[in-house]
Design a protein around this ligand. Sequence first.
Ligand code: SF4
Length: 281
Amino acid sequence: MNPIRNAVTEYIETRHTAGNQKRGDELSQLEPRIPVSQIGHCPRMAILDAVRWHPDHPLHAEPSHGFDAYVKEIMEAGNVWEHQTGKALARNLNGVVHWERDDPALRVRNDVWSGHIDFLIEECDHYPAGAIIEHKATNPVNFQRKDRLPYPFHCMQVLMYRRLLQQKLQSDYIIPTYLYYRSWSHWAEIQVWEYNDGIEWEGEVNGRTKSGEFDICMDDAIRELQDYWLRQELPPRYKTPTAVKFSCAKVRKGQAWPDCRYFGTCWPELPQEGPFTPTWE
Ligand code: SF4
């Protein structure tokens, strides 16, 4: 008997179900679009997620795997931290921050994409050119043992918001874009921008200055997904379920475990509850 733990897990489960329900109700009323948060991840998942709430769409597939309790809990923690960061920014920047979830200023959408910016800051003394901020809660291991922030797909996400916001405002003005990571008291505040055909970034991780670049062309990444979408075609599955990190299955100690909500659609021939041996490696 762990009544406190039980109450917390039950609360998180209820919140997760209600959040999914709300999102599904909203998105099913709109024309399907590729979620901006999917850019840089598996193209097949991006298209499946675009039609996730449209069961009559020819590309629709019902997710075979839900998030596990651990993922739900860290997602909830991420929401709590994000809300707190939003309140902190609003308190400090006095009226120039859009951060409340229902604020229409945060919605971006065109014929292919749709998304929701976390924080949008209007021009002010602190941010003379304004700012788009993407907030991410992340595993503390990224600060303690692994040196892998920022993730390239997060950079792509915030840069895509900038492009869509420019379209929405019919302006070619380039608003600076930032990632803000949190994990307990760890933090990373990183500016991201496109440079020639790549992505550059610079900022601080727990107060230590860092910079870097990714050889990723935003135009190419956008075009690839857009082309699949406009052809109404599902991209092929990866060559193997462990070909790409953070994709179909995660591998630990020589065993693979399904790790994508469409695993059953893409890999019906493999065990669905794991573990299984990644013999193709
Ligand atoms: S199971 Fe793999 S190929 Fe299929 S959508 Fe997920 S990540 Fe993509």
